[in-house]
Design a protein around this ligand. Structure first.
Ligand code: BTN
Length: 254
């Protein structure tokens, strides 16, 4: 994988340095250590398998062999930090579309679904001091070549690319497509071109009645729109509007 990426990647900075593990606890932890030691922007940490993969909201993330587990180090200006979620989730959607011909959608804020099943999750960690982002790490976990039915923890909720297309998918080539797309969108956002609309158009959540769990608090309403910062605007039945910056969304059946 490492050699293939070095040979085939045509990016300017994403993946110029690749740190590859056959197995590691979590690529997020390794990337954080490297970032603290001053690793250059675009450094990626990739693992064939994670033994303690980390998901959003303190959950664990299952990443056995056959899945993609990748973290990328960024040093964005503060105003670009909220866009990292949009950049990575949109890049995941675009690369799955291009490479597999599937039609994934994003469940706010950053779950990638095919139909109603999750195929990819994204986690953003950052270290910010005042107005300065020391580093941000985008972690991407994708079910590529695995049979969710073999994993009871996720069998009802998850799908994989191989399951959807009915054959194995080339993990190295998909990784190239994903990294290329991430870099292109990141550069676009850096030059001031907003990717907000493109991200919004890939959200399956908008216009639906949803239940949002934020910490222990549950809120319900219609997912009306998303702000430039990625927040969700929830319209309640009484007409009031709430802005939600993080949480877990369940789409309610009408
Ligand atoms: C989620 O949907 O909860 C986010 C999952 C993010 C998983 C990826 S896999 C690569 C990186 N390393 C981790 O431990 N987590 C992220």
């Amino acid at each position: 994988m490492e050699d293939f990426l070095k040979r085939a990647l045509r990016t300017k900075f994403v993946g110029k340095r690749v740190v590859h593990y056959c197995a590691v606890t979590s690529t997020m932890e390794v990337a954080r250590r490297l970032a603290q030691q001053g690793a250059p922007e675009g450094t990626i940490v990739i693992a064939d398998e994670q033994t303690m993969g980390r998901g959003r909201l303190g959950r664990t993330w299952l990443s056995p062999k056959g899945s993609l587990a990748l973290s990328i180090i960024f040093c964005p200006p503060l105003k670009l930090l909220p866009q990292l979620i949009m950049i990575t989730s949109l890049a995941a959607v675009n690369s799955i579309r291009q490479f597999c011909g599937l039609k994934p959608m994003i469940k706010w804020p950053n779950d990638i679904l095919i139909g109603e099943k999750k195929v990819c999750g994204i986690l953003i960690d950052s270290e910010v001091e005042g107005d300065l982002v020391n580093f941000a790490i985008a972690g991407i976990g994708m079910n590529v070549n695995l049979a969710p039915a073999s994993f009871p923890e996720i069998s009802n909720l998850a799908t994989s690319l191989s399951q959807e297309v009915g054959k194995e998918v080339s993990l190295p080539e998909l990784t190239i497509a994903l990294l290329t797309e991430i870099e292109q969108l990141y550069i676009k956002a850096q030059t001031g071109v907003s990717i907000h609309e493109e991200w919004r158009d890939s959200l399956e959540t908008l216009g639906k009645w949803v239940r949002v769990k934020v910490g222990g608090v549950i809120d319900e309403g219609k997912a009306e729109s998303v702000g430039e910062d990625g927040s969700l605007l929830l319209r309640h039945r009484d007409g009031s509007l709430t802005r939600i910056t993080s949480g877990d969304v369940t789409v309610l059946k009408d």
